[in-house]
Every structure is written in structure tokens, then in C-alpha cells.
Design a protein around this ligand. Sequence first.
Ligand SMILES: Nc1nc2c(c(=O)[nH]1)N[C@H]1C(S)=C(S)[C@@H](COP(=O)(O)OP(=O)(O)OC[C@H]3O[C@@H](n4cnc5c(=O)[nH]c(N)nc54)[C@H](O)[C@@H]3O)O[C@H]1N2
Ligand SMILES: Nc1nc2c(c(=O)[nH]1)N[C@H]1C(S)=C(S)[C@@H](COP(=O)(O)OP(=O)(O)OC[C@H]3O[C@@H](n4cnc5c(=O)[nH]c(N)nc54)[C@H](O)[C@@H]3O)O[C@H]1N2
Ligand SMILES: [Mo]
Length: 667
Amino acid sequence: MKVLGACPLDCPDGCSWVVDVEDGVAVGLRGNKAHPVTRGALCVKVNRYLEQLKSDERITFPMRRVGRKGEGRFERITWDEALDEIATRLHGVVAEHGGEAIWPFHGTGSLGYIQGLEGFSGRRFFNVLGASLHDPTICSVAGTLGVKYTLGTSGGMDPEDFVHSKLILLWGTNPLSSGHHGWKFIQDSGAYTVAIDPVRSRTAERCDEHLAPLPGTDAALALGLMHVIVSMGAQDDAFIAEHTVGWDEFRTRIAEFTPDRVAEITGLPVERIVALGERIARTRPTAIRASQGMQRHAGGGMALRALACLPGVTGDWAIPGGGLHYSTSGHFDLNTAGLVRFDLLPHPVRTLSMTRLGEGLLETEGPPVKALFVIAANPVGSNPDQRGVRRGLAREDLFTVVLEHFPTDTVDYADIVLPATMQPEHLDVLAAYGNLYLVWNEPAVPPPGECRSTTETFRQLARRMGLTEPALYDSDEELAAQLLKGHDLDRLRREGFLKVSPRPVPVDKVRFVSDRAAMAGHDPLPAYIPPADPGDGLVLISAASHYFLNTTFGNNPELRRRAGDPMVTLHPDDAAARGIADGDRITVANDRGSFEAIAEVSDRVRPGVAATPKGRWAKHSGGSTVNATVAERDSDFGGGAVFHDNRVRITPRVAAARLDAVAAGID
Ligand SMILES: Nc1nc2c(c(=O)[nH]1)N[C@H]1C(S)=C(S)[C@@H](COP(=O)(O)OP(=O)(O)OC[C@H]3O[C@@H](n4cnc5c(=O)[nH]c(N)nc54)[C@H](O)[C@@H]3O)O[C@H]1N2
Ligand SMILES: Nc1nc2c(c(=O)[nH]1)N[C@H]1C(S)=C(S)[C@@H](COP(=O)(O)OP(=O)(O)OC[C@H]3O[C@@H](n4cnc5c(=O)[nH]c(N)nc54)[C@H](O)[C@@H]3O)O[C@H]1N2
Ligand SMILES: [Mo]
């Protein structure tokens, strides 16, 4: 039997897949050939999904902590015992501290609207209890707002339109690792491609040209390119007059960013900036593909805002194959309000920011967080300030419930662990964020052991707590029907995917001057906001690993083997200055924390920059990972995370050990 499903991972591609089932067992998993983006292929990670599904490491029954928090020692308990204990603890927390003392902490382990997605699944239950809201700030919010302020929607170009593009800028994006199905549209276009990335990524290797600016300087570069275009008189005056707001003010701002000044800010040769500006000026249509990586900086929101303005100056927004593709989420018309039902909240409640978990657990204002639910998230591995997160999770008076597949670094801190279903074991529906397809996931096989889906877990818990709100007991199919109101659910279910029609972009006009940005307290014009991490170390970028998906798959033996040891790449000049050779053991540190790695000396990174892939498990890596060095600091818009705005000191490990010895007086 073949069952149509959908990849749940946090990746722009939103693939449709086919599960081969024999006697109730999943024996094969393939990309759906009919899906225009998947085109029959999965990826290096998801090719191993069934290994994960059947892994001996899978958590298949509820557990209660018996060791200290963080130790990861548990005993098996029954679902009845687990539900009783959770219900009793939650009643107690609500009675003593109010519902806001509960934090439902959702991650991006599954992008399914029914079982996962950053706060949708289980939210009805938390609404009835009056729990705090969870703001999923960890991934894309700064850029999303930057685009929204400019275009009135976060939805950009349909990547299938790249086929018409003549020039494509791959700006702070690495699709060959972080969403390879999107690359095909770029390749098929035959366009001239330019990568803009401090690191010569797999994608940059394949482009016609590569510019490596200093991290966090993209807004300045974009303004500088517009300076070149305007100096040539190549702006599209007709488009500007009809479809934009605030040109006179913006033109003055652009004039401030001369190629010389931009060369100084970005560390790029002035000739390269001028040459790229001239190329854009004479090439219609020009498309920009930018993604989340480049906005993990102090000025990440402004960077995307500046990028969204560029096609407004050239008029590309009016031409098929021109414009900006950051995310397509804004194009989906889904009834999320009907799914999540914030109307069930007894009163307005506070919002807690995902990226501020350490602070939220240790020093939040208002009622202290007394109960934490971690759903499809692994904050010890994926959040900034690993040490702070660990200290928060170690609080003895905090009651932590983790719904998981695997014994992650976060599971080690749980009071109760609940076994969760994986994608072929539950129903779900997803909307891609890198194309315009809805995808349906039909359950294909029964869950192993006592695993339950997120929705079933919260239905059971609601019953155990005696909650009477009928909406808490809707079935998964009812939830899907409510979410998809107005869409052809039967067709989606039958065919596995459905393309939605794009909404107009920009909505109304391109806002060079944005009232919404001004109302939120920002410069109404696109501006350059420099990196904010103080110190004079190297800037450490920790972007997507080719082999892991955030920390998901971080425990897969074959993918760990292929990824090798945790590596940090640094430029030969920076390595020499520190007495570091290729293959040396190194310590990477700053005032927040440290981790150990192996040095890779290569000119893949520009001087001043180091790079390491994200996604390692701390328990496999000597107890800490790159996120021990990352600050819990907000980007400019929306409180986004600043993973790549991170300065570190890199030293040979032997020398570090010797320094400790000297300090201890034993050398
Ligand atoms: N294999 C794999 N795929 C993934 C993920 C994964 O972990 N592994 N993660 C998924 C998730 S959650 C997301 S959000 C997406 C993210 O997808 P991408 O946006 O592609 O993600 P990153 O790899 O973080 O960043 C892309 C590139 O931006 C560069 N970059 C960093 N800082 C700057 C800067 O200041 N300026 C410029 N111009 N470039 C910069 C990095 O060097 C990197 O090569 O990918 C998804 N896909
Ligand atoms: N240094 C650094 N850190 C980063 C980033 C970076 O660029 N650099 N990127 C950040 C980004 S973009 C993101 S999106 C975050 C992601 O951070 P998280 O949301 O914490 O994502 P993961 O680390 O993949 O952990 C997801 C967990 O969910 C579990 N899971 C998957 N599906 C289900 C399900 O259906 N039910 C349940 N109960 N559990 C499930 C998986 O087993 C996995 O352990 O990481 C961020 N961390
Ligand atoms: Mo993400």
C-alpha cells in the first residue's frame, strides 16, 4: 500500500512523500514524483527518516524523572500515572499562580498545523487554562517584519517564476543545503547567479560570482547597490511614481551610501560593489532569493527591508521573474484563528519570547513560570544562551513536561516525558514556506509502543483535568477541516498537495517610507544597523548543517558519521595569527560560554569570520555546543534571534589547557 504524506521538517520545500506500507510496517519512503517541487527526491537527511522512526532510541512510553534535573535518568510509568501527575500539578499551578505561570514552549520540530508548528497544536487547551502566549521568535520574525513593513505582506515571489529571471542574487541563503528543491528553479532559469555570503557555501561554489561581505552589513550593501543604480539614472521612474511611497526621502537616504562608504562597512572592494550595481541596473528581470540565515543579526529586519526595496527602485516588482523571494507564508489563506481559538482565553495574557527562555525561566516579570511544556522543541540544543537555559531548566520548583521522539539534551531536564508520534503515524497538513503548495499527511502506520500525537495527548489531558469546553475534543480531521475552510480538502487529501494562488505583491505599494515601522518605533526608512556583539574576536556564523535539521537527526548514526567531528572553519590568516593549524583541537569561547571543536583552516570563510554548522547534541559534544556562546539578545524587529551576531575567541586547545594550569599555579 502507498500512503501520501508530507515531510514535517522546518525546511522551505514542504515536500510531499510516499510511504510504502506492508503489513502495517513502513518499508519505504520516497519523494512524490507528481509534486512539482519534490519531483521524486527527498534529501540526505530525510532519506534516513525511517531509520529514525524505527530507531532503538525512540521514546515509546511515558517516563518520570528519578535522577537530578539534567541527568536524564527516568523510570517507566503508565499514561494514567503521567496524566494524573500533570493534571494535579497544573491545577496547583493555576490555583496558586494563575494560568500565565504555564509556558507552552513550541518549537519547529514539526511544521504541521495540527501536531506542531510553533504554537498551534495544543493551544486550545492552553487557552482554556489562560496560559502565557509563546512568541516563536527563534527563526524568521525579523526578516518577516522587514518584508511586511515594505510590501504589506510577508509573501514574496513564487520561486517557480525564477524561470523568467535573467539575474538571481542568492543573498544570505544556502539552498543546496537548507532546501535543495528550491535550487532547481534557479538552475533551470539559466540566469546569471551571484552569491552574497561571508562564507563560500555549497551554493556560493555553484554561482557565477561570489561576494563575501562582513556579516550583518547587508542593509548597507543593498543601499550601496541602489546608490549605483540611481547614480546611473537607471531607476524605474514610472514604477516609482505609481507603485511606491516616500521616494524623495528614500533617495536622500540612498545618497548617503556611496560605494566608498559601503566598501568600508562591508569589507568588499569598491569595484565589485559598483560592478554588481551596474549589472543589476542593466538586467531585467532581476530576482533576489534571500532566506532566514542573513537576518540572525542585530540589523536583520532592516536588512530584509532594504532588500525588499531594491526591486521597487528597479521596477522588478512589476515583471514576472523579478522581485524578492524570502518566504511564501503570506500567500496561504488558512483559518488559523479558527484552529487556535484565542477566543477561548478567559482574559488577555502575557507573551513570552521563545529566544528568551533562559531569562523567562530565571527573571521574568509577572508570575514566575512554574510549568513548562516543551513541544517539538529542543531548547538546550537550539536556543541561545545554553548555560542560562540549563540553569533555568534546572530550577527545582519548575515542573517540566517534554513531548518527544528521542532523549534529547532537553529531555534530560524533564519531570515527565511523553512519547510522541512521528509523521507517518499521525494526521497533519502543512503549508510550505518556500513555495505555494499545501501538503497533506495521511497517517500510514500505527505508532510504536504507547506513542501519542500532540492532539491526542491534549485531548486526554483535558479530559483528565475535567475541562468541559467542547472545542478541546475536536478530532484531527475536524481540526483540519476548520483550518482548510474554503479549500478543496478532498482534493488535497486525494492528491497529497494543492497549489494556492499567490496574493498580489506588493499589497498596494512598496513602502520606502513605512508608517508601520515608524509606529513600532523604528526608522521609517530602510537603515543600516551595525552588528551589536561587542568584542574584537572573530564573528562566528553557525548556519545550517548539510546533515542535520537544527538538532533533529543529530542522533542519527550515519548522519553523524558523515558530518564528522564538530568543526569550526577559519581563514588561514586568522588561523596563523592564533597559532592554529588545520585539524587542531580548539576551544571557542566568549564571556557567555565555550565549546570544543576541530579547526578547519580554509579560505571558504573571509578573514574576520569563522563558521560552524548548527545542530549538534551537547551530550555528544563534550557537554556544550555553539549555542553556549550565543547571546539571548534581540534583533531589531520582533525580538528575533541573533545567532550569527556572535563574537568568539578561538584558541588552540592545548594552549587553553596550559593557561588553566598556569592560572591554577601548577605549571
Ligand atoms: N540541512 C539543513 N537544512 C535546513 C536547516 C538545517 O539545519 N539543516 N534549517 C532549516 C531552517 S530552521 C531554516 S530557518 C532554514 C534557513 O535557511 P538559510 O537561510 O539558507 O539558512 P542558513 O544556513 O542559516 O543561512 C544561509 C547562509 O547565510 C549566510 N549568512 C550568515 N550571516 C550572513 C550575513 O550577515 N549576510 C549574508 N549575506 N549572509 C549571511 C550563512 O553563511 C549561510 O551560508 O533552513 C532550513 N533548512
Ligand atoms: N547556533 C544556531 N542555533 C540555531 C539556529 C542557527 O542558525 N544557529 N537556527 C535556529 C532556527 S532557524 C530554528 S527554527 C531553531 C529550531 O529549534 P527547535 O525548534 O528546538 O528545533 P530542533 O532542534 O530541530 O528540535 C525539534 C525537536 O522536536 C522533535 N519533534 C519533531 N516532530 C515532533 C512531533 O511531531 N511531536 C513532538 N512532540 N516532537 C517532535 C524532534 O525530535 C526534535 O528533538 O533552532 C535555532 N537554533
Ligand atoms: Mo528556522
